[in-house]
Design a binder for this molecule. Structure first.
Ligand code: 5CA
Ligand code: ZN
Length: 412
């Protein structure tokens, strides 16, 4: 499907260092080592409601990786899916009495405009689940040829232990896996399953639900196999980074990896599994199902500068869990006013060391708070808030503007 338009990104005069990212599987920082273009898959939205600050934080987080790679001289191949058919989407459409296709299209379009406003670079491939059903069917057939599929009353299940590496992405004990599986769309207690953790690959048609023809009869894909098939088709394996929020570590990313590893016989699915922390609001993870949401779109409609929204996200490390408060947004608005004042001077404190510090921080597990602090120190030196103003670098503002834009996605 159509993505969104790409902002112009300035070229920096220095090349950033090798980018390292925290890997959930090994629980270590791992240098990325792209072979040709850097390849990243980030799990996209289920479009039944507008983009909230949690989604925005995750996509801005991986946008920092996209930019860090580009600033290190890599071309980036980025695939993101849209889960445009799934239980929560169908349930919401039913509840509000609108056609599910219409709901998905409307919310996906809103997501595009939110991402554009936040200056998130668009993926190379923005791919819907519905348009990928032939790929899903093909992947299920490959799994069948490896004896990793069985039938429960017409639904097809994936045998998780067909992959000897099952569990290696999340490294959780079985009890925790079972709890998370039940919480996150799984059905551990369905009779007839070989293992309680086995997940559905193809759900046979139910009355009132959309269905597509397939060699397995009419039905629709399970969730994990969609991302598995899309990543396999549009990136190929192994690719560099599988990303998403930490709520996707298990079962989603474990299952995606297992399915592709069994189907292709190739390990690993991704070299690094990177996960963003959860943004909370009112004491709980911000989630569509709980309804404790702050929408990007609502803030934009109230004339908030999208760059202030972005800065308030960048002030948190992407891996941290944190709570959204309006105060952080107002603080970011004030900060941008001060930054713009410094940039308007043209000259300022020496800028090149700031660029080097910020690129180093971002290459070190996307440490945006440290990069933001480097810029803040430059602003304070330039304005003289800590003593005498420093305007010794005549072209400083141009370079700092380019840094903010290219590395942090802040266009001021
Ligand atoms: N469509 C699936 C992924 S294939 C999905 O999880 N959709 S979602 O709309 O629920 O979430 C979209 C992305 O935002 C996912 O990467 C998810 O991990 C992330 N996300 C969801 N809630 C939060 C939150 N509160 N904080 C941070 N990230 C979040
Ligand atoms: Zn996914």
């Amino acid at each position: 499907m159509r993505g969104w338009s790409a902002p112009e990104v300035p070229q920096l005069p220095v090349t950033g260092p090798v980018v390292q990212v925290h890997d959930t599987s090994s629980r270590t920082l791992r240098p990325t080592n792209p072979d040709g273009a850097a390849r990243m898959y980030v799990c996209g939205i289920t479009p039944y409601d507008a983009t909230h600050m949690g989604h925005a934080a995750t996509y801005v987080g991986f946008d920092l990786l996209n930019r860090a790679w580009r600033n290190a001289g890599h071309e980036v191949l980025y695939t993101q899916n849209v889960t445009d058919v799934d239980d929560p989407l169908l349930e919401r459409a039913d509840k509000v009495g609108i056609d599910w296709v219409e709901l998905a299209e409307r919310e996906t379009e809103l997501f595009r405009t939110d991402m554009e406003a936040l200056r998130v670079l668009p993926p190379t491939h923005f791919v819907g689940a519905v348009e990928s059903i032939p790929l899903v069917v093909e992947l299920i057939q490959r799994l069948q040829s490896r004896n990793a599929v069985y039938d429960v009353d017409g639904d097809l299940y994936y045998d998780v232990y067909a992959d000897p590496a099952f569990g290696r992405v999340s490294r959780l004990d079985r009890d925790t896996m079972l709890t998370l599986f039940a919480e996150r769309g799984g059905d551990p207690d369905r009779p007839g399953k070989r293992d309680r953790l086995d997940c559905v690959l193809w759900r046979a048609e139910r009355p009132g639900e959309p269905a597509w023809e397939s060699p397995f009869g009419p039905g629709r894909p399970g969730w994990h196999v969609e991302c598995a098939a899309i990543a396999l088709q549009h990136l190929g394996v192994p690719f560099d980074i599988q990303g998403g929020g930490a709520d996707l570590v298990f079962p989603h990313h474990e299952m995606c990896a297992g399915e592709v590893q069994v189907a292709t016989g190739q390990h690993p699915f991704a070299h690094t599994y990177a996960h963003a922390g959860m943004v909370g609001y009112d004491g709980h993870k911000m989630s569509k199902s709980r309804g404790n949401l702050v929408f990007v779109n609502a803030l934009r409609l109230s004339e908030i500068d999208p760059m202030a929204i972005r800065l308030s996200l960048l002030r948190h490390h992407y891996r941290d869990d944190w709570e959204w408060t309006d105060a952080q947004l107002f603080d970011a608005v004030d900060t941008l006013t001060q930054w713009r004042r410094a940039l308007a001077l043209g000259a300022g404190a020496p800028a090149l060391p700031v660029v080097e510090q910020a690129l180093a921080a971002l290459a070190d597990d996307l440490d945006a708070p440290t990069a933001v602090a480097s810029v803040q120190a430059w602003v304070e030196a330039t304005l003289g808030t800590n003593g005498l103003a420093d305007t010794s670098d005549p072209d400083a503002a141009v370079l700092i503007r380019s840094l903010l834009d290219a590395a942090l996605g802040l266009s001021l």
